[in-house]
Design a protein around this ligand. Structure first.
Ligand SMILES: *Cc1c(COP(=O)(O)O)cnc(C)c1O
Length: 374
């Protein structure tokens, strides 16, 4: 009999079912401790997440967006400053810059990877530029060597948006530990997801770490409860989420391996078709496969065809940030971003989650093959 069960884009059920008892008891442990804000669970999660990334410091906070905002602020970026970033990302990347009081502009992305392209960065540097904010889009590591070189030359900070790149590596180092700070999201659908919102800043710089701790906690000084070095905000993680994340973090390496195995199966199954699979980031580098994204001719028709077969799919992202209504007043010109324009018409993300079965991957590939009449 033909299998016509829907294949979701991602599936949180399986993971939650398999850990339900452990998650429930961790949450109850955190509730019973009555240390609900920056208690023992948060402190332990920070140590454990830092260890997983081989980073010196981790500062848990309320979301990925707040992690970006805190990381920028902790690196000294604020009003009057300018940040260069990518237009091919989720809006939290830029809204978090604006929340610091800084302004941003976009450089185009690489036509293959969709990551901020080093070529375009230098010509956008102004006298106010203080930072570069690359995003490891889809969990594919950005070209950090070249970005760090540009940053060094112009004395800029580099803040990595790692919301999609948990455990993705670049030349032997984890993403998030290469720039001055990395910002992670633990939104439920992310590779490491809380049962609610969560995020973290990681850094190897003690001062950035101390500033981050202060900024998430109303700006208070580390050793003084009612003395403030900054105006911060209330951007802390709560201990219940930290306890849940500690349960899941133990599985993150294994889940990431399963994503990589699933991706390899897709790569194989899609050979010979007119679609382009994610490229290999090279020796010592690896992807986290937050999503598995192909470039496909007649993309919208293919997406509709897959949907008609109940195969989950999504476009990340259908509208580059420079075209968003909220940024119209900034006057960006789409002609400055030819690679982003092209990718926006080509990219399509296919079902990807650690537990996806070989037969589901085969069904997705077969549907794509059928669509192209191969
Ligand atoms: C998810 C995401 C964010 C924001 O994370 P939240 O936890 O939802 O605030 C930021 N940047 C990128 C690229 C993301 O995918």
């Amino acid at each position: 009999m033909i299998n016509t069960n829907p294949i979701p884009l991602f599936n949180l059920n399986k993971q939650h079912e398999s850990l339900r008892e452990e998650i429930n008891s961790a949450a109850i442990r955190a509730l019973d401790s009555m240390r609900w804000i920056i208690g023992p669970e948060t402190e332990n999660f920070e140590l454990e997440f830092a260890k997983a990334l081989d980073a010196k410091h981790c500062i848990a906070c309320s979301s990925g967006a707040s992690a970006i905002q805190i990381a920028l602020g902790a690196c000294g970026i604020g009003k009057g400053d300018h940040v260069i970033t990518t237009p091919f990302t989720f809006i939290a990347t830029t809204s978090s810059i604006s929340l610091t009081g800084a302004e941003f502009s976009f450089a185009d992305v690489d036509s293959v990877t969709g990551n901020l392209s080093p070529e375009g960065i230098e010509k956008r540097i102004t006298k106010n530029t203080k930072a570069i904010l690359p995003v490891h889009i889809y969990g594919y590591p950005a070209e950090m060597d070249r970005i760090m070189k540009i940053a060094q030359k112009h004395n800029l900070k580099v803040i990595e948006d790692c919301a999609q790149s948990h455990l993705a590596a670049y030349k032997g180092r984890m993403t998030g530990t290469i720039g001055h700070a990395g910002a992670f999201s633990f939104y439920p659908s992310k590779n490491l997801g809380a049962c609610g919102d969560g995020g973290a800043v990681v850094t190897n710089d003690a001062e950035v770490a101390a500033n981050s701790r202060s900024l998430r906690h109303c700006g208070r000084k580390a050793d003084k409860t009612y003395e403030y070095g900054f105006e911060g905000s209330t951007l802390r993680m709560d201990d219940v989420q930290a306890a849940i994340l500690r349960v899941k973090l133990k599985h993150l390496a294994e889940w990431t391996e399963l994503r990589r195995k699933a991706a390899a199966k897709y790569d194989d199954a899609l050979k010979g078709l007119p679609v382009v699979v994610p490229s290999d980031p090279g020796a010592g580098s690896s992807q986290s496969y937050y999503v598995y994204t192909i470039k496909a001719p007649r993309r919208d028709e293919l997406a509709a065809f897959l949907s008609s077969r109940k195969i989950g799919n999504a476009i990340y992202y259908p509208m580059p940030l420079y075209k968003q209504p909220v940024y119209q007043h900034l006057g960006f010109d789409p002609k400055d971003y030819p690679n982003t324009e092209k990718l926006t018409t080509e990219v399509l993300s296919l079902p990807m989650f650690p537990e996806i079965s070989d037969s589901d991957i085969a069904r997705v590939a077969a549907a794509i093959k059928e669509f192209y009449g191969k």
